[in-house]
Design a protein. Structure first.
Length: 185
């Protein structure tokens, strides 16, 4: 299956190499720790043949997510490999009830607030041209959480050390893996 997809991407990419440079792309993306969150949209504007600025918005496990960044493409016309740096903010969730382990080992319904989170992201992209105005990409990188506080317990519970570790794992930040399609405007 992966070999068939790879062959199709290479064939489509070879056919689309003569496509004119698109200055603006609208995209749909998904991923873990990505600028779009679990599902979202992007708008990329070219600044010359090797540089682009991007805005992203979507939904994440920590509320809405939005961000902005820049990409440097190794190939002309925003194809092939690119390196990116950006900023994203997850809105948080004002009140959420979760079954969590509390001090003493019992599981209780805990009311929490997910606080807004700010992240700095560094990543590498690989773009394949599908048709003259359509691209597919894979993205890998790392997202560094720069927020001081991540959540608040609103109920009278004290989280166990296990639950605190779970919260550290689910807070935005960490390894990034994403994919998406973008369409030339």
């Amino acid at each position: 299956m992966i070999a068939v997809l790879g062959a199709a991407l290479l064939t489509a990419s070879a056919l689309a190499q003569d496509a004119p440079c698109q200055m603006m792309y609208f995209g749909l993306g998904t991923g873990l720790e990505s600028p779009t969150g679990l599902a979202g949209v992007t708008l990329e504007a070219g600044i010359g043949k090797h540089l682009a600025a991007e805005a992203a918005a979507g939904l994440s496990g920590w509320g809405g997510r939005y961000g902005a960044g820049v990409k440097i493409y190794l190939d002309e016309c925003r194809r092939g490999f690119a390196f990116g740096a950006g900023y994203s903010r997850s809105s948080g969730l004002p009140e959420i009830e979760l079954d969590m382990e509390v001090e003493g080992g019992d599981t209780e319904r805990v009311t929490m607030e997910y606080l807004p989170q700010d992240n700095i992201q560094l990543s590498i992209y690989k773009y394949w041209s599908i048709k003259q105005r359509t691209r597919f990409h894979l993205q890998a990188g790392y997202s560094v959480n720069i927020s001081a506080e991540h959540y608040r317990v609103l109920s009278e519970h004290q989280l166990s050390s296990f639950s605190k570790d779970v919260m550290k794992l689910t807070t935005p930040g960490g390894f990034m893996l994403a994919a998406g399609f973008s369409f030339g405007l």
